[in-house]
Design a protein around this ligand. Structure first.
Ligand code: PGA
Length: 239
């Protein structure tokens, strides 16, 4: 099965590095898997080409109109964006996005034929208290509340334990597979659809081989390691 490998560049890279990044990606990817790069909004037009898809790191809860500083789903669609990361833990932490906001953003994506990559994950404390599954279930059901079943069949969930993001610490492969299956079961019983689940959190060139063959993981969301195009290509080509 084709995997989806998403690079989340976050607020990294200045204009003078964009050309080199794209050149390396264009000339070095040797993989049948689907590659998605999510740069900052301002670089999106440079990333639309045939070797990979472009995604957005965020989307507005508003449609086109008088919303200074916002970028709407319709605008993203018109810029040939295919995927949108929704509710990354950094957006929840620094911009106070909650499940209700995520639900609206997902609706905006679906109305504009954009595929949402919906992020969920437990904190370190929740994990220590064995609350991971409870937290993920509640979060997921709230985020996906009352969505149109016919529209969400392509939706993707990214399992990103907050304690694993940018820390170099990763769950065991078994833990990841177990949670992925758990997420798939929740969505299946609520919506009768088979959702794809990605794993994200400290994936790099040295640990990818431990995770790439997991049964229930349909791909990866790569943060830090996607900033260096050579490192990111190595991960992509290894999967
Ligand atoms: P990381 O980030 O790979 O740097 O841990 C993942 C993410 O934030 O999506």
């Amino acid at each position: 099965m084709k995997k989806i490998i998403v690079g989340n560049l976050k607020a990294n890279m200045n204009m003078d590095k964009v050309g080199d990044y794209i050149y390396t990606m264009n000339n070095s990817i040797n993989s049948d898997n689907e590659v998605v790069i999510c740069p900052s909004y301002i670089y999106i037009p440079f990333f639309t080409n045939e070797n990979f898809n472009v995604g957005s790191q965020n989307v507005s809860i508003y449609d086109n109109g008088a919303f200074t500083g916002e970028v709407s789903a319709e605008q993203l669609k018109s810029a040939r964006v295919k995927y949108v990361i929704v509710g990354h833990s950094e957006r929840r932490k620094y911009f106070h996005e909650n499940e209700r906001v995520m639900n609206i953003k997902i609706r905006k994506c679906l109305d504009n034929e954009l595929i949402p990559i919906v992020c969920i994950g437990e904190t370190k404390e929740e994990r220590i208290e064995f609350k991971t599954k409870q937290v993920l279930r509640m979060d997921l059901l709230e985020i996906l509340k009352d969505l149109d079943r016919d529209k969400i069949k392509d939706l993707i969930i990214a399992y990103e334990p907050i304690w694993a993001i940018g820390t170099g610490i990763v769950p065991s492969p078994k833990e990841i597979d177990d949670i992925a299956l758990f997420i798939k079961d929740i969505v299946k019983s609520a919506y009768k659809i088979n959702v794809k689940v990605l794993y994200g959190g400290s994936i790099n060139t040295t640990n990818i081989d431990k995770f790439k063959l997991l049964n229930d993981i349909d791909g990866f969301l790569v943060g830090g390691a996607s900033n260096n195009p050579n490192e990111f290509v190595q991960i992509i080509n290894e999967i």
